[in-house]
Design a protein around this ligand. Structure first.
Ligand SMILES: [Cu+2]
Length: 469
C-alpha cells in the first residue's frame, strides 16, 4: 500500500467531518474488491461507448476531426482507455497538421481536402492538448483537447460548442464506473516516477569566493506521470531545473553548456543583472549555438525570488522544461504576521507551474498522481514560492489553511495579503506562508477545474498538503 494511502486510512476519521469533497475523492480506495469489479466492467464497456459505428472490436473507436482556418473541430476529442483512431480531414484552404505532444503523436502536413488517420493508445486516462504545429496556427485557435477514458465521442456531443468545456461533455459511464476510475487514480498518489527536479544545486566555490554553477541544457526522457515519458528540454536532466540559491553580495558565475539541437540563451527572470548578462539574444549576446557554452557573471542583490529560463525559441524551450528557481536570501516575515504567531518558517517548497509543451499541465514537472505531497505538523509554518513557467494563469488553491502572501515577484510586502486561491500569471512569483491548523490530507490544486479533475479522476495540477498531529 503506498505511503499516502496508509496516511489516508489513518487520517480518514478526522477528515470525514471536515471536508466531504476530499473524502469523496479518496474514499473508494479502501473498497478494493468493488473497485476491481467496476474497473473490469468499465474497460469492457467504454470502448463500444465511444465508437460512432457498430464496432465489435474494442480497438475500433474512431473520431472524425476537421481542420480549417483556424479551428479544430470538435474541440473535445474523446477516446476510450483502449485508444482508437482519430480520422483527420483538412476542410481548409491551406495545409495543416495535427499533433498531441504529451502523447508524442503527430501526423505531418495534410493538404486541403485530404484525410489522414492517427492511431492512439492505449494510453493513460487524462486530458491532452492537441494542436496544429504550423507556426502561428495554434495561436490563432487551432487547439483542441484529447480526453482519454470514458466519455462519449466529441464529434456529436460538442460539435457546436466552441468553448470545448470538458465538464459539459456527457458521459457514458455509470456513476459506479466513474467512482471506481477516480478511486483508481487517487489510490496511486503519490505515484513513483523516475526523476526528481528542483533540488538545490551545490555551487563550486572558486578561489576568490565566486559561486559557480554548471548547467548543461539537454533533452532527456522525463516521466511526467506513471509510464508517460516525454522528451523534456532540461538543465542538468531534470524538470524543474535544480534550484540555485545564493546570498546577497555573492559573486555568481553560471556556465551554461548547450547540448540541445537548437541555439539557446539563459535569462535570469526577476534577478538584477548587468544588461550584458540578461540572456536576450541577439541583443545582449549572440545565441549559444549547439555544442557551445556561455558564462553569466553578476553580483547577487537580494532578497529575490526569480527564475532562470531560456530566452530563445522560448514558446517551445521553456514549456518543454528549461526553467528553474533562482533565489537570493530569505523573504522576511512581516511584523503583523509575527504577531499572529508566524515566528519562523519550518519548511519551504517551490511549486513551479506549467501547462504546455511536452510536459503539459504539471506541478514541479510532474502530473497527478505523480506530483509530490508536502507534509508538515499542526502549528508549523510552510513557505511556498509559486512560480509560473506556463502559458496560462493558474489560480492555486490549498484547501486549508488560508495563506498570507508575503512577497510578490520577490519583493517583500509591507502588509501581507490573505489568499486561499492565488492567481499566478505566467512569469509571476508569489511567496505565501501557510500555517497548519487541522490534521488531514488537504487537496492542493489549480482551480481551473479542467486543469485538475475530469470524469475519470484527478490529473495534472493536483497535489496534497498532509498535516500531521
Ligand atoms: Cu490551471
Amino acid at each position: 500500500m503506498p505511503y499516502f494511502v496508509r496516511r489516508f486510512v489513518v487520517t480518514m476519521a478526522p477528515m470525514a467531518k471536515e471536508d466531504r469533497s476530499v473524502l469523496g475523492w479518496f474514499a473508494f480506495i479502501v473498497s478494493v474488491t468493488a473497485l476491481a469489479l467496476a474497473m473490469f466492467g468499465l474497460r469492457s464497456g467504454s470502448a463500444s461507448g465511444a465508437t460512432g459505428t457498430a464496432a465489435s472490436s474494442s480497438a475500433s473507436a474512431t473520431v472524425d476531426v476537421t481542420l480549417s482556418e483556424f479551428k479544430i473541430s470538435p474541440q473535445m476529442i474523446s477516446l476510450p482507455l483502449t485508444g482508437g483512431t482519430i480520422r483527420i480531414t483538412n476542410n481548409g484552404s491551406m495545409a495543416h497538421n495535427f499533433s498531441v505532444p504529451q502523447l508524442g503523436l503527430k501526423v505531418g502536413d495534410i493538404n486541403p481536402g485530404d484525410t489522414t488517420e492517427l492511431k492512439v493508445g492505449p494510453v493513460a486516462a487524462g486530458m491532452y492538448d492537441a494542436l496544429c504545429e504550423i507556426a502561428g496556427h495554434a495561436a490563432n485557435g487551432m487547439k483542441a483537447s484529447v480526453m482519454i477514458g470514458g466519455t462519449s465521442t466529441g464529434a456529436s456531443s460538442t460539435g457546436g460548442d466552441s468553448s470545448g468545456a470538458a465538464a459539459a461533455t456527457p458521459t457514458t459511464m455509470s456513476w459506479q464506473q466513474m467512482d471506481a476510475m477516480m478511486a483508481d487514480v487517487a489510490s496511486k498518489f503519490p505515484a513513483k516516477t523516475a526523476g526528481h527536479g528542483g533540488d538545490l544545486l551545490p555551487p563550486k566555490v572558486l578561489a576568490d569566493g565566486t559561486k559557480e554553477f554548471d548547467l548543461e541544457a539537454k533533452i532527456v526522457k522525463w516521466e511526467v506521470s506513471p509510464g508517460n515519458f516525454v522528451d523534456a528540454w532540461t538543465y542538468n536532466g531534470v524538470v524543474p531545473a535544480p534550484e540555485i540559491h545564493v546570498n546577497d553580495g555573492d559573486k555568481v558565475r553560471i556556465v551554461l553548456k548547450n547540448s540541445l539541437p537548437e541555439s539557446t540563451s539563459l535569462h535570469l527572470h526577476g534577478i538584477q543583472v548587468p544588461n550584458a548578462m540578461d540572456g536576450v539574444d541577439p541583443y545582449t549576446q549572440p545565441p549559444i549555438q549547439p555544442g557551445k557554452s556561455f558564462t553569466y557573471e553578476f553580483v547577487a542583490k537580494g532578497p529575490a525570488v526569480g527564475i532562470y529560463h531560456s530566452h530563445h525559441d522560448a514558446q517551445l524551450q521553456v514549456p518543454n522544461g528549461l526553467f528553474g528557481a533562482f533565489t537570493i536570501d530569505e523573504m522576511p516575515i512581516p511584523q503583523v504576521l509575527k504577531d499572529k504567531g508566524y515566528t519562523q518558517v519550518d519548511k519551504k517548497v517551490n511549486m513551479v507551474l506549467n501547462d504546455a509543451g511536452t510536459i503539459g499541465l504539471s506541478l514541479n514537472g510532474k502530473s497527478f498522481p505523480a506530483t509530490e505531497p508536502t507534509t508538515i505538523r499542526v502549528g508549523q509554518v510552510l513557505e511556498v514560492n509559486y512560480l509560473n513557467e506556463g502559458l496560462m494563469a493558474h489560480p492555486m488553491h490549498l484547501h486549508q489553511p488560508v495563506g498570507w502572501i508575503i512577497a510578490k515577484d520577490g519583493v517583500p510586502l509591507d502588509a501581507p495579503m490573505p489568499g486561499d486561491t492565488i492567481l499566478v500569471a505566467p512569469g509571476e512569483r508569489y511567496t505565501v506562508l501557510y500555517k497548519a491548523v487541522e490534521p488531514g490530507v488537504w487537496a492542493w490544486h489549480c482551480h481551473i477545474l479542467n486543469h485538475a479533475e475530469t470524469s475519470t479522476g484527478m490529473f495534472g495540477m493536483v497535489t496534497a498538503l498532509i498535516v500531521e498531529e
